[in-house]
Design a protein around this ligand. Structure first.
Ligand code: ADP
Length: 494
């Protein structure tokens, strides 16, 4: 099976969130399972810092974007392991910028134009290089137009007509919504500007285009696949998703164990396994305390958090919780985040008010993210909603017991500690259902009670988590099945 995965992020080239992790790891796993896989992504400025060789390909094409014709150039590299070719679409005006999608929380004003160009360029790449493609796997709104083009502009093209498309929704909160005159940029006929296709409350919606036209759709956990069909989580797209529920699956992401594994992780002060985690984590904890200027005390529980500074991740619960807990509790905090300045100020203020008890770093630091997972006893992830979540999976692997809001992928991956799950040895974390500061505090308090009063029970939880298999092998198998179904559905529809 020939698969082309279109994405805007892929580790190690560029990443702002979970999509980058997925697109860096899934293709390699599929290739190991015998598929022919390539990746295509924009040649963002950042890709040159990945330390991989990037070469030019003698391939150029002109892409219609509204009334303009924009030239695309192709570059090439491979994912680590050299099993997967990565094509980059080079167009400096669109992609040679400081950021991927915008500055701070402000999107670039020409984002529609940029990703119309990229989406069409992917299809031109297939044609120009005569790439054999059975499945075009698109990801999030930036590539949402591709399934629409396959069924419209490119429907009669020999190079494209047999291709089945799969759309993965990594986060339905980001939809690529633009004013209706941007229909002109897409080049699609106005007849597609209707409520069943691209139109969304008077605008165009690129994610909706993908959902409507793709042969198969998935999101990144079974619970989130159900949640997004409800008004509470669907962000207005619940009706469209309900209408396509026979084509919609939930597949939990895997973790890239070559990157996230405490046994081999080069970022850690000491590597450890499930056999010596107490020693290893104590060493990593002491080192993290030093790095973040926390008091050097091994007896105090250390709570870690890593994530984008956006409301989704629950910072509006964490900040009030921190304010009271920093005064009252003998707990240390290690916090790493980047994003919305509205959360940066209060976090930095708390850091300067309680030195030795809380360390805050406002930056994107992959190495520190690894060290927080290794050095923390508890990892906090009170996301308002969470399509899959990777950090809680890293936490399991690194023996940092997760405290989570039971939603989306967090509900699917963390087994709450109850008398029953503790007795059967299946508990892996602490979950709360009602979304409030009080319930978050309650879950954290339950965790601390077990940590302090039941070290053997705590150890069992850590080890149960560390021994679980969240590798890509399981997810890749499910994606292969989805691809096969997409091909079958495509043929059925052809
Ligand atoms: P999302 O995709 O919604 O951001 P996930 O938990 O699925 O959330 O994935 C987030 C990924 O980004 C993880 O690999 C996490 O370690 C990483 N990450 C997020 N913020 C930071 C940061 N400030 N520094 C380093 N890594 C970060």
């Amino acid at each position: 099976m020939n698969i082309l995965l279109a994405t805007t992020e892929a580790v190690p080239f560029v990443k702002t969130g979970g999509l980058g992790d997925v697109a860096g790891a899934l293709p390699n796993e599929l290739a190991r399972r015998g598929c022919q896989v390539s990746v295509v992504m924009p040649a963002f400025r950042h890709i040159y810092q990945a330390g991989r060789i990037i070469e030019g390909v003698d391939c150029y094409f002109d892409v219609p974007v509204g009334s303009k014709s924009i030239r695309g150039r192709v570059l090439k590299s491979t994912l680590p392991g050299d099993l997967v070719t990565v094509y980059f679409i080079d167009q400096p005006t669109y992609f040679d910028r400081d950021h991927l999608y915008g500055v701070g929380n402000k999107d670039y004003p020409d984002n529609c134009e940029r990703f119309v160009f990229f989406s069409r360029a992917v299809l031109e790449l297939v044609r120009t290089l005569k790439l054999p493609v059975d499945i075009l796997h698109v990801n999030d709104w930036q590539t949402g137009l591709i399934p629409a083009y396959l069924r419209t502009e490119y429907a009669d093209s020999d190079a494209h007509e047999h291709i089945a498309s799969v759309m993965t929704i990594h986060n339905i909160a980001y939809q690529g919504r633009f004013w209706h005159w941007d229909m002109l940029l897409t080049g699609l006929d106005w007849s597609h500007f209707n409520w069943r296709e691209l139109e969304f409350y008077g605008d165009i919606n690129l994610l909706k285009a993908g959902i409507v036209f793709a042969d198969a759709i998935n999101t990144v956990s079974p619970t989130y696949a159900k949640e997004i069909q409800t008004p509470k989580f669907g962000c207005g797209l619940e009706g469209v998703l309900q209408s396509r529920q026979d084509r919609l699956r939930g597949i939990i992401n895997g973790i890239d164990e070559s990157e996230w594994n405490p046994t081999t992780d080069p970022h850690l002060a000491m590597n450890y396994t499930v056999g010596n985690w107490r020693q290893g984590k104590s060493f990593c904890k002491a080192s993290l305390q030093k790095e973040l200027h926390l008091s050097p005390r091994l007896d105090v529980p250390l709570v870690g958090m890593v994530g984008r500074l956006v409301q989704q991740k629950g910072w509006h619960l964490i900040i009030p919780l921190l304010e009271s807990w920093l005064q009252q509790s003998d707990v240390q905090w290690a916090i790493l985040g980047s994003g919305d300045p509205a959360y940066q100020g209060p976090l930095m203020e708390l850091a300067s008010k309680y030195p030795g008890k809380i360390g805050v770093r406002i930056e994107f630091s992959n190495a520190l993210a690894h060290r927080i997972e290794a050095g923390s006893d508890i990892f906090l992830m009170p996301s308002q909603f969470e399509p899959c979540g990777l950090n809680q999976l890293y936490s399991l692997k690194y023996g940092a017991v997760p405290v989570v809001h039971a939603t989306g992928g967090l509900a699917d991956t963390i087994v709450d500690h109850t008398p029953d799950t503790a007795a059967s040895g299946t508990a892996t974390g602490f979950a709360f259902s009602h979304y409030s500061v009080e319930d978050l505090a309650g879950a954290l308090q339950r965790a601390l009670d077990v940590y302090r009063n039941d070290p053997a029970g705590w150890g069992r939880m850590v080890e149960t988590g560390m021994l679980q298999d969240w590798s890509w092998t399981r997810s890749a198998r499910e994606y292969q099945q989805l691809y096969e179904d997409a091909l079958r559905w495509r043929r059925g529809n052809a």
